[in-house]
Design a protein around this ligand. Structure first.
Ligand SMILES: O=P(O)(O)OC[C@H]1O[C@](O)(CO)[C@@H](O)[C@@H]1O
Length: 187
């Protein structure tokens, strides 16, 4: 006789919606990110309760060697001309990496080294992003739909936001150049 088979958590690849999993949910709103977007007046003019992004993480065991799995749903929008983005962070344990998988929507993954060198990867359904150790990361939604990405990271990695209190080296704005939808600048 076959042993009982466990039905694991499910994720709908097209939407990032989890099923059959205990979830921890965290919502980040505009009010949570003062002095974050380049146009402070535009930020003040927006609804502070506006959701920027939701992260759903499967409630699973933690500890050395354990992995967390979660989906970030980053909504579409801009503050002034700057696209909605996640707060972004280094891992507290800098040697720990992470993997992102693009599920739906389109955008960018901003990666930055400890010495401040920034680069961008295009996020779209099916994209795979290997975030190396010692590398800060932030998602940016350059589209007009929710950008959802699945992430797998070591439970011991932790978040260090303080190291980026001065911001990342690049910001991404809507472009009025009709051949490109966004432009990256360092202002
Ligand atoms: O910590 P932030 O920058 O708000 O973003 C949350 C991100 O961190 C993670 O939880 C883990 O690094 C990702 O799943 C998620 O995109």
């Amino acid at each position: 006789m076959n042993p009982d088979v466990i039905l694991p958590p499910q994720v709908a690849w097209a939407s990032g919606v989890f099923a059959n999993a205990p979830l921890i949910r965290k919502t980040t709103r505009l009010a949570d990110l003062p002095d974050f977007f380049s146009d402070n007046n535009a930020w003040r003019g927006c609804d502070p309760q506006q959701r920027l992004y939701d992260v759903e993480t499967i409630d699973s065991p933690s500890g050395e060697g354990a992995l967390y799995v979660g989906v970030t749903h980053l909504y579409a929008g801009k503050i002034g001309d700057e696209f909605f983005m996640t707060r972004g962070h280094f891992h507290q344990r800098r040697e720990q990496g992470e993997v992102y998988f693009g599920l739906c929507g389109r955008g960018l993954l901003l990666l930055q080294t400890a010495s401040g060198e920034a680069r961008l990867e295009r996020v779209k359904p099916g994209s795979v992003h290997i975030i190396p150790s010692f590398t800060a990361h932030r998602l940016i939604n350059t589209g007009d739909e929710t950008l959802s990405a699945l992430a797998v990271w070591p439970s011991v990695a932790g978040h260090d936001y303080a190291a980026l209190a001065g911001g990342f080296a690049l910001r991404v704005f809507a472009s009025d150049h009709h051949l490109q939808e966004w432009e990256a600048r360092n202002d």
